[in-house]
Structures are given as structure tokens and as C-alpha cells.
Design a protein around this ligand. Structure first.
Ligand code: ATP
Length: 623
């Protein structure tokens, strides 16, 4: 096969010439591993002047792939960040791929990333050997070995500008789970990169082992007592019967186990002892005759009565997870934490889309009632005539159209758990009286009569209207207001949150988006966000689908009307309420008056849009 590379003296050029023109390479010009890989690519029919095949995933495929690798991404994240911090500003990028060579995560220097993107060396790019010929990621995955691929060792001509060092990441059973890589421009070769990547991978693998074998015994060992406790110690996880559940790469190295061959073994297959629990000894001998120094650790085991550590229970973390650094939010979390489980009704107050329902769920999950039902009733979404039956239930045939068997009602469904009354300000006055009675007497009588049933639930209510003024003008019962307002949490609007950037990053991650261009970052920081977190999520969700995999969200990906909404704010034209009203009018005009489509575009609920329109029309003269 002819190659673009003609007679040249550099060993790699010579090797390419030999390989592509004569079909064999003179000994010593390139490593046997690279030659093996070239041969596979050649046999597979790949041409060196090609661009790669099936080499890029769609956004949807990419999202699926990332979801499947979420455990790996989670275990690896701290190491990815710290690895990049060590090599930053050296014209390179840190990349992590799954075992099929699809790049899941990438972070790199501004002077290298554009070059890398030209060949799709970025998240969403597929770098398997089949797709792109010999390359560090694909070849490391294929060979299950650390690999450096420099310049012309890349099979495809177009990748000859790269130098890359990649190390496979093994799961505790010794299967390749992914690949960690540092790539840079071949003009800036990095000398210690492979060692750095190896270290980071060791740490990721240990993290995976401890995470996946949470209830196991752990045996740590090393031939040198001074290196016990260091990064190169072997770790074996095993159960009560001495059966090996998994081990790290150094255990495989010290015990000479081939990756993938450590399952279905007993400790006694490798250590020379008849004791099933050899970890009781400080010194061990392997069956091959090597001596190791050892230590032992028992992981937390559910069956044992280990004194409870004052750790954060998984439940409280639901609430704590809402903290991203905003002082007002943190204060709410702290106050809520104090009253949870103490029969104090909580009232969540905040603009539409600030996350009141998300908070209600987190409060429920953090409470002692987290295992019981969480029942949501949106008082604005149910027609007035049906709220009563919905809440209190009804006897069979109690009213026209009612189910013959009757229904227990949402209050009874919440028995033992949490009732979340959303938009409580929209509850009709007559029903407020009935609800108050239930809260006082803790029993429910269904519509149409029947025996009273006892109910017990935690109550969380939410409103985006000003309940104080509703109480003053008689639209909301004062006694009910006191009853539901044991603790009021005022959730700040998005434009006032000091953790705005952290929130954006969290949503970008959840939506598998790559990032934002500087122009979009600037626009976001200026935007009034009338739809708050709901609008932010909906804008990022759509824009992430419109951007190519690995491409940051740019102005062109933002929904129509969004940029204009921001500019109105820039011009300083009028108040926020006016900006919001303008946005609503524009959305309705743009969607030919279709309420559902306009609400979707604005990132708010249809019922919220109705209410806002009512408010706008009440204030404004007809035009
Ligand atoms: N802490 C958060 N982190 C990320 N996204 C969030 C958060 N809180 C809310 N969101 C997003 O905003 C959307 C709206 O949240 P939610 O329904 O809880 O708001 P709300 O205040 O109850 O709105 P409304 O008053 O219109 O009923 C959620 O579906 C979620 O996508």
C-alpha cells in the first residue's frame, strides 16, 4: 500500500515506509506493540490517509455512554482534576475514555484543545483502534497495557501531530473499564507523562475497589515493609470464606496474576497458609515463595454491631446536596435540619421555578418519614370543583361523574408520610376551612359523608404569591396561615444567588453538556431569569441537544427570544416585572397564542403562566 511518507531517515518514517511498502518493519525501528497494532489496522482494511470510521457519537448516544460509565466517572473525577492541575499550561489535555475508546471527559489547555478538536480528540469522539487505527487510547484498551504513541506511530497520517500516553483502568475483577490518557502536540513531548497517568490510574482503581467491595475484608501487602501503606501496595478484597472478590493492579503484579484471571480464587491459592484469614499475620509468604509485609482492614459491615459513626446519613444528604455555597440557601438548609421530624409544618416561599418542589422532596427524603409516601397536590392545577374530592376523598357515587367505588383522597394517601401542598395560595376559601379542620383534628371525613379516618403526615406547603397580603385582604385564612407556617423558608431567586456559577456547572453536568462559551457565560450572568432554575435547566437542556458532542454551548444554541430577553434587561428598560411581562407577551406571540408551547419556551408551568397572565391583565389596561 503506498504511503505519503517517502524515504526519510527518522526511525518512525523508515518504519512506516517499510511497513506500508514492504509489509514488514526492520527490527528495532518501532516497538513490537506498535507493529502488532499497525498489522491489526492493516488487516482490518484501514487506510493511513483515511479520517477514521464511525468516529463520533450523536449527543443522545454520548449521553447513554456517559450514563453507563457513571460509576467510573465518579470514582475518577478527583484524580482527573488533580492530574490536570499538575500538567496545566504544558500544551496538553487529560482525557478519559470508556473501554470502547469513546472519550467521556476531557480537559485541556487553550493552545492545544483547538488542534485536538480538529481530529475529534474530545468528548464524544470514538478512539477505538478500529475507528482510528493505532492510537494511545484505543491501543491501550485493546492490549490492556499502558501505551505511548508518538507522532508517526499513529496509524492515521492525520494524527501524526500528536503524542499520547494512555493507561487502561481495570475494575476490581481485572476487566478493562476505561482508559486514562494525556495527549499533547508532538512538538511538545512530555517526558514523565506515562508515570503520572499510571499513578492517577492506580488511585482511581483503588477507589473503585474500595467502593465496589464495601463489605469485604481488605488485605494490603508489599515486599518492602517501608512501602506498605504507599501507592504500590497490593490490595486484595475477600469475603469471610477467604474467596477473592477483587484486587488492585499491584496485587496482580506482586502475585503474578494476569488481569481477568483473579475471579473464583481463594486467598490460599496465592498465599502459603492453611489459615483462611491470613491477614491476621504481619508477614505472609506467597505460594511462589515471596515474602510480603501485610496489614488488614475490615470495611464497614452491615451484619456487625460496629459502634455507629457520626456520619451524615444518606437521608440528610438530600438536603445538604442543595448547598452549593449560597448563604441564604445554606441558612434555609440549617434551619430546616433543626425542625425535621419535630412536627413543624414548613412553608416554602419563592418565585416560580426556584425549586420549591425539589426542596419539598429533599425535605421528605431527609426526614424520618423518608420511607413513607410523599404526596404532591398542586392546588393551582386542579379545577376548583375537584380539589375537595381530590384532597379529602369521596364515597362511591358522592357526585356526578364520581367513581362508583369512591376514592380515599390525597390526605389519606399521605398517611404516615409527607403531604406537599403546592401553590397553597390558590386554594379556595371554603376548602381552606376544611383543611384547617383536618390539620387541627387530624382526621378526614370523605366528601359524601362516612366515618372519619385518622391521618398523620408531615405538612410542607409552597407558594409563590405573597401570602401575607392575601391574609390582609381576606383571600387567605389567617388561622390556616399560622397553622401551615411553622417555619418559613424564603428561597432566593436565581438572579440573587451567589452560587450561580456552581449551579450552572451542576446542571451542565447533569445534562451532559460540555460547557459554555465566554459569550454565553456573560449573557447568563446578565440575564434576569424570570423562570429561575426551571428556565436555566430548560435553556441548558435544549442548547446541549443543539450543540455537537464535546462542543460548548454558544449563543446560536440558545432558544429564540432568550438573547432579546437579556438585552431588554441590559437597556435598563423598566422593572423586572415589566421584563417578565414582555417575555410572556413575546413567547405567546411567537407561539401563536398556544399557552402550553409558550410556557415551555419560558420554562415555567402552564398553571403559572395562567396566573401571571391573570396578574398582568389585572394590572394593565386593555390595548
Ligand atoms: N437545586 C436545583 N438544582 C438543579 N435544578 C433545579 C434545582 N431546583 C430546581 N431545579 C430545576 O428547576 C425545575 C423547577 O423546580 P420546581 O418545580 O421545584 O420549582 P417550583 O419553585 O416548585 O416552581 P413553581 O412555583 O412554578 O411550581 C426542576 O424541575 C429542576 O429541573
Amino acid at each position: 500500500m503506498p504511503s505519503q511518507h517517502h524515504a526519510q531517515t527518522h526511525p518512525i518514517h523508515l518504519a512506516r515506509q517499510h511497513f506500508f511498502e514492504r509489509g514488514a518493519v526492520q527490527d528495532g525501528l518501532i516497538s513490537p506493540l506498535i507493529e502488532r497494532s499497525w498489522q491489526r489496522c492493516y488487516d482490518d482494511g484501514l487506510l493511513p490517509e483515511a479520517c477514521g470510521r464511525d468516529a463520533r457519537l450523536s449527543q443522545v448516544e454520548f449521553r447513554d455512554v456517559r450514563d453507563r460509565s457513571s460509576a467510573l466517572l465518579e470514582s475518577a473525577r478527583p484524580q482527573l482534576d488533580s492530574l490536570y492541575a499538575q500538567i496545566q499550561n504544558t500544551h496538553c489535555a487529560v482525557l478519559m475514555a470508556d473501554n470502547q475508546g469513546t472519550i467521556l471527559h476531557g480537559v485541556g489547555d487553550a493552545d492545544f484543545v483547538p488542534q485536538a478538536r480538529r481530529v475529534e480528540l474530545m468528548p464524544g469522539g470514538v478512539w477505538s483502534e478500529t475507528a482510528r487505527g493505532t492510537n494511545a487510547i484505543g491501543t491501550a484498551a485493546r492490549e490492556a497495557k499502558p501505551v505511548v504513541v508518538h507522532a508517526g506511530e499513529h496509524y492515521l497520517d492525520q494524527n501524526g501531530f500528536l503524542t499520547c500516553a494512555a493507561v487502561p483502568i481495570f475494575d476490581p475483577k481485572g476487566r478493562v473499564l476505561g482508559v486514562l490518557d494525556i495527549s499533547s502536540d508532538a512538538h511538545h513531548p512530555q517526558h514523565h507523562t506515562l508515570a503520572l497517568v499510571n499513578l492517577a490510574v492506580s488511585m482511581i482503581e483503588n477507589q473503585l475497589l474500595e467502593h465496589e467491595c464495601q463489605n469485604a475484608h481488605l488485605l494490603f501487602f508489599h515486599p518492602d515493609a517501608h512501602l506498605l501503606g504507599g501507592l504500590y501496595e497490593g490490595i486484595v478484597a475477600y469475603d469471610d470464606d477467604g474467596r477473592i472478590l477483587g484486587c488492585n493492579r499491584w496485587a496482580r503484579h506482586h502475585l503474578d496474576i494476569q488481569p481477568g484471571h483473579d475471579a473464583d480464587h481463594q486467598l490460599t491459592d496465592f498465599f502459603d497458609t492453611s489459615d483462611r484469614d491470613p491477614a491476621r499475620f504481619r508477614e505472609l509468604r506467597s505460594v511462589a515463595g515471596d515474602t510480603f509485609h501485610a496489614r488488614h482492614r475490615e470495611q464497614a459491615r452491615p451484619s456487625q454491631t460496629v459502634p455507629a459513626k457520626p456520619t451524615r446519613s444518606p437521608s440528610t444528604s438530600a438536603l445538604a446536596d442543595l448547598s452549593l455555597g449560597d448563604p441564604m440557601v445554606d441558612k434555609c438548609i440549617q434551619q430546616a435540619g433543626r425542625v425535621l421530624g419535630r412536627d413543624v409544618p414548613i412553608l416554602l416561599q419563592g418565585e416560580t421555578g426556584v425549586g420549591k418542589e425539589v426542596w419539598a422532596q429533599a425535605l421528605h427524603r431527609s426526614s424520618p418519614k423518608s420511607g413513607a409516601p410523599f404526596v404532591v397536590v398542586n392546588c393551582a392545577a386542579i379545577p376548583e370543583t375537584l380539589i375537595e374530592a381530590e384532597l379529602f376523598g369521596y364515597r362511591g357515587g358522592a357526585f356526578t361523574g364520581a367513581d362508583k367505588k369512591g376514592a380515599p383522597g390525597r390526605l389519606l394517601e399521605a398517611h404516615g408520610g409527607t403531604l406537599f401542598l403546592d401553590e397553597i395560595g390558590d386554594m379556595p376559601l371554603a376548602l381552606q376551612t376544611r383543611l384547617l379542620r383536618v390539620l387541627q383534628e387530624r382526621q378526614v371525613v370523605p366528601v359524601g359523608g362516612g366515618p372519619a379516618r385518622k391521618v398523620d403526615f408531615d405538612l410542607i406547603s409552597a407558594t409563590n404569591s405573597d401570602l401575607d397580603s392575601a391574609v390582609r385582604n381576606g383571600a387567605f385564612r389567617r388561622d390556616l396561615y399560622y397553622r401551615i407556617n411553622g417555619l418559613r423558608l424564603n428561597l432566593p431567586p436565581l438572579r440573587e444567588r451567589l452560587d450561580f456559577n456552581a449551579l450552572v456547572n451542576k446542571i451542565l453536568e447533569e445534562e451532559a453538556a460540555t460547557g459554555l462559551t465566554d459569550a454565553v457565560k456573560h449573557l447568563f450572568s446578565q440575564h434576569p431569569w424570570p423562570g429561575n432554575l426551571r428556565q436555566l435547566r430548560s435553556v441548558i437542556h435544549t442548547a446541549a441537544l443543539l450543540a455537537e458532542p464535546g462542543e460548548p454551548i454558544d449563543l446560536e444554541h440558545l432558544p429564540a427570544g432568550f438573547v432579546e430577553e437579556s438585552h431588554q434587561n441590559d437597556d435598563g428598560q423598566g422593572s423586572l416585572a415589566e421584563a417578565e411581562a414582555d417575555a410572556i407577551r413575546q413567547a405567546l406571540a411567537g407561539q401563536n397564542g398556544n399557552m402550553s408551547a409558550a410556557a415551555r419556551q419560558l420554562g415555567i408551568d402552564r398553571s403559572t403562566l395562567y396566573r401571571k397572565l391573570k396578574q398582568m391583565n389585572g394590572k394593565e389596561p386593555h390595548t
